[in-house]
Design a protein around this ligand. Structure first.
Ligand code: HEM
Length: 304
């Protein structure tokens, strides 16, 4: 389902969604790019893939932002999880009654006819796909746009050389990784790393962001190079838990940045970069809002 070949087939639909959103922004002088574009694009894509009605997005966004910042908002965390689970159970019941040609119906089929998933496993799988499928993407689109606009010459370089887009996206992922720290790891036996003894089963938080700025691995790690190659970053983690959605994320990002740059070539930050606020917590790296002025729009959207 999430192989590079399968997700490549989604590109035309992703481009349609992207174009609709870019068209809807036309005529406005200033927008919050997260609200107008970076959030609704991946949300619509993952909802369509799973077969989830997109109507309840706002609730959904509120719960999810609490869940991914759990250590910064501990009081709100249990309520947000309960609301999300109750909502997903309703949706699963709906899909079970009226199956469609979507991932949710396929997962329900696996659960009901082959009994390979328990009901709780089914719910948590959908929970993970839904949250992982868009919170991270909002940050990739937001952080990448910020990196391009903060130093205008990067934006102009990408406009002049659109072929740089795939390596530029890898550099956004490396430099401002959407996922700051991986989920907890527990060593099965004591290990020593960098002179630090870690006892067996001690919880370890691995900072992907820090690894991605490792000077020993990335020459001039502190500078953004849109043509950086090789760029073997850890933004999608590593090993058996390597991100399942990485091929989809790359396609969504290519479509989104190509569309944004061609449709709004004069896009600019509407506030000084120093005034932009970053979300609290150590789990995710993303902006709270990204106010931009749109400038003159080009006639045609060309996300595809
Ligand atoms: C910029 C976009 C994305 C980034 C930076 C990202 C990053 C990550 C990272 C770092 C992990 C590993 C977490 C850990 O081991 O602690 C992960 C796992 C995962 N991601 Fe993504 N992700 C992105 C987009 C997506 C999308 C679009 C989907 C779904 C459609 C997705 C689905 C998943 C799933 C299901 C896992 C769990 C894999 C496993 O544990 O076996 N991700 N992602």
């Amino acid at each position: 389902m999430f192989t590079p070949r399968r997700v490549e087939g989604l590109r035309p639909r992703i481009a349609e969604i992207s174009d609709e959103l870019l068209d809807a922004m036309a005529g406005q002088e200033k927008v919050d790019l997260l609200d107008a574009f970076a959030f609704p694009l991946p949300m619509q894509v993952i909802c369509e893939l799973l077969g989830i009605p997109a109507g309840d997005r706002d609730d959904f966004r509120a719960w999810s932002s609490v869940i991914v910042a759990s250590e910064a908002r501990p009081g709100e965390f249990p309520g947000a999880v309960m609301s999300m689970v109750a909502y997903l159970r309703e949706i699963l019941a709906l899909r079970r009654a009226t199956p469609g040609d979507d991932l949710l119906s396929a997962l329900i089929e696996v659960r009901d006819s082959e009994d390979r998933l328990s009901e709780d496993e089914l719910t948590s799988m959908v929970f993970l796909l839904l949250i992982a499928g868009y919170e991270t993407m909002v940050n990739l689109l937001g952080n990448g746009t910020y990196l391009l606009l903060d130093q205008r010459e990067r934006w102009e370089q990408l406009r002049a050389e659109p072929a740089l887009l795939p390596t530029a996206i890898e550099e956004f992922l490396r430099f401002e990784s959407s996922v700051d720290t991986a989920t907890y790891r527990f060593p099965a036996e004591p290990v020593e790393i960098g002179g630090q003894e870690i006892p067996a089963y001690a919880p370890v938080m691995v900072s992907l962001l820090s690894a991605n700025r490792d000077e020993a691995r990335f020459p001039n790690a502190g500078s953004v190079q849109l043509d950086r190659s090789p760029n073997l970053h850890l933004a999608f983690a590593h090993g058996i838990h390597h991100c399942l959605g990485a091929p989809l994320a790359r396609i969504e990002a290519q479509v989104a940045f190509a569309g944004l740059i061609s449709r709004y070539p004069s896009l600019e930050l509407a506030v000084p970069a120093a005034d932009l606020a970053w979300t609290p917590g150590v789990r995710m790296r993303g902006l709270v809002a990204l106010p931009v002025t749109l400038g003159q729009a080009a006639q045609q959207s060309t996300s595809a």
